[in-house]
Design a protein around this ligand. Structure first.
Ligand code: AKG
Ligand code: FE2
Length: 342
């Protein structure tokens, strides 16, 4: 558990330092309760520079506003939701990426019992898409852009803490990648319908909501409501259910961070099981990514040593992104970028 209340800003640092040496791949952040009154903005000192840092507080009220927008969108008839995305008009199985999608989870035909809204995390792009997604686009983009800004700050704080814990002299080396104006970060809201709604088409017990995969970006900050279904794979291949906690954020290491840290941090495989309960699981994920032309390679000075030689060849995020679009979701996408031992 990773308590992120600002008054405890020292403890996460030590907690992180302990965890990453053990190859920690996921951790949890506590969400702050809504403020009773308009709070002063909290700016803990930046560990790297001593300057006031980005505010790291997360607010349940901004989470519930996003949930509210998502709930009213998903409550629309399917035909209306599909019509918000012109590419969906061709087929329900279309492999469109940005906008509304149902069942198609990837560009290689992966299917799941899921519907989602996928947005580029850039404010202008959210505002543009809001015009077709919402009857009140300015409210929609204000709510989503506000939340995305908060969560981006958290991602940056976490990355700075990890860099510092790893002894990297330039502690903002990772966060700068996702602060780049041209960053390719995404925001996704997933809804897994409850099958109690649909007794006639009750799925076989092993039907999947979101099939196994690793997240390709640098890191993901995931939050869900109180409905379970999220599983993480252990080294021995077994699957462990993760208890839902609407007051916490789960941080998932992405493929790029595994490369940047030369395997010190590991990208966990995860999946979401079909929801057989009475209530829909709703999750929201911020995928922190660099710009398409960012060069990704193990940090040679700090991460590649004589004991741990460089494991991956350099590549750009754009190159990696095209590569992963051509593969099934469950494939080991990093294999092609590994340096083969002589
Ligand atoms: O919905 C969830 O809980 C996880 C979704 C996920 O893994 C993803 O969107 O990449
Ligand atoms: Fe994921």
């Amino acid at each position: 558990m990773f308590n992120f209340e600002p008054q405890h800003m020292k403890s996460p640092l030590s907690h992180f330092s302990r965890n990453f040496h053990n190859g920690c791949t996921t951790t949890q952040l506590q969400v702050l309760p809504p403020p009773l009154q308009s709070p002063p903005s909290i700016s803990p000192p930046s560990r790297a520079t001593g300057k006031p840092s980005r505010s790291s507080s997360l607010r349940l009220d901004s989470v519930s506003r996003v949930e509210e927008e998502a709930r009213s969108f998903f409550a629309m008839p399917t035909a209306e939701k599909l019509a918000t995305n012109p590419q969906n008009a061709r087929s329900i199985n279309s492999t469109t990426r940005i906008g509304y999608g149902i069942r198609n989870i990837g560009c290689s035909g992966d299917m799941g019992e899921i519907e989602y809204l996928l947005l580029s995390a850039r404010p202008s792009s959210v505002s543009q898409l809001a015009l077709s997604l919402s009857k009140s686009p300015s409210n929609f983009s204000c709510v989503l852009n506000g939340y995305i800004e908060e969560i981006k700050n958290v991602a940056c704080e976490v990355l700075d803490l990890v860099a510092e814990g790893l002894g990297i002299s330039d502690a903002s080396i990772f966060s700068r990648m996702i602060l780049d104006d041209q960053n390719d970060s995404l925001f996704r809201i997933n809804r897994y319908r409850p099958f109690a709604e649909d007794i006639i088409n009750h799925p076989p017990p092993n039907t999947i909501g979101f099939s196994e995969h690793t997240d390709p970006q640098i890191l993901t900050i995931l939050r869900s409501n109180d409905v379970g279904g999220f599983h993480i794979s252990l080294d021995d291949g077994s699957w462990v259910p993760v208890s839902p906690d609407p007051t916490a954020y789960f941080i998932i290491i992405g493929d790029l961070f595994q490369v940047l840290t030369n395997g010190r941090f590991v990208n966990p495989k995860h999946r979401v099981a079909t929801n057989i309960g009475p209530k829909a699981r709703m999750s929201m994920a911020y995928f922190a990514a660099p710009s398409l032309n960012a060069l990704i390679s193990p940090l040679l000075k700090e991460m590649a040593t004589s004991n741990q030689p460089c494991l991956y060849r350099p590549f750009t995020w754009g190159e990696y992104r095209s590569h992963l679009y051509s593969l099934p979701l469950a494939s080991s996408k990093l294999d092609s970028f590994k340096i083969k031992p002589n």
